[in-house]
Design a protein around this ligand. Structure first.
Ligand SMILES: Cc1cc2nc3c(=O)[nH]c(=O)nc-3n(C[C@H](O)[C@H](O)[C@H](O)COP(=O)(O)O)c2cc1C
Length: 159
């Protein structure tokens, strides 16, 4: 059973999560940045994990376009979804629907992987927003390793 993780990221947290899943998987797991490969062919893969990060309540438009274009094919596969976001509550769970409602309902695993803040990579506006929202001016890591493990199990990457 071939599997692929397709992700989009702005600063790297969602990419890091894809790499962690790849390390955990006992069989080869292809990892693809959809911003670099918007027309990646998912046909050969029976399991597809989609991951993205949230900025001002939205995931990357490259991911939403990819999901729209490939929805029919995706709905024939085993799908896992993950989101990197600061919010791990109700709003966070709502972000999982940003891949598309049908894809969300079809997914066998849906997880919030938490967040990382890369202060040095952010622009002035983002730094200002972080100062106001998080009251912090530092990089931080708050990834949920348990959620990453659960997705790996639920997607059958470990057996
Ligand atoms: C300017 C800015 C806006 C953000 N907006 C949201 C948001 O609306 N909701 C949320 O839960 N997290 C938000 N976050 C947190 C990011 O989703 C989080 O840092 C994530 O790990 C980024 O992943 P990436 O490095 O893969 O892009 C925001 C972060 C920044 C810097």
């Amino acid at each position: 059973m071939s599997a692929a993780v397709l992700y989009t990221t702005k600063y790297g947290a969602a990419a890091k999560c894809a790499a962690i899943l790849q390390e955990k998987a006992i069989k080869p797991l292809i990892v693809v940045n959809i911003k670099d490969n918007p027309h990646f062919d998912i046909q050969p893969y029976s399991k597809v994990i989609l991951g993205a990060s949230v900025y001002v309540e939205r995931i990357q438009r490259e991911m939403t376009s990819f999901c729209r274009r490939n929805e029919k094919q995706l709905l024939l596969k085993q799908i896992g979804l993950y989101i990197c976001s600061g919010d791990k509550g109700r709003a966070g769970r709502g972000y999982l629907k940003l891949f598309g409602k049908e894809i969300h309902s079809h997914a066998v695993s849906r997880k919030l992987f938490g967040s990382e803040i890369y202060w040095h990579k952010m622009n002035m506006v983002e730094k200002l927003a972080m100062r106001v929202i998080k009251k912090s001016t530092a990089s931080s890591s708050d990834l949920d390793m348990k959620a990453i493990q659960e997705l790996a199990v639920e997607m059958g990457l470990l057996n």
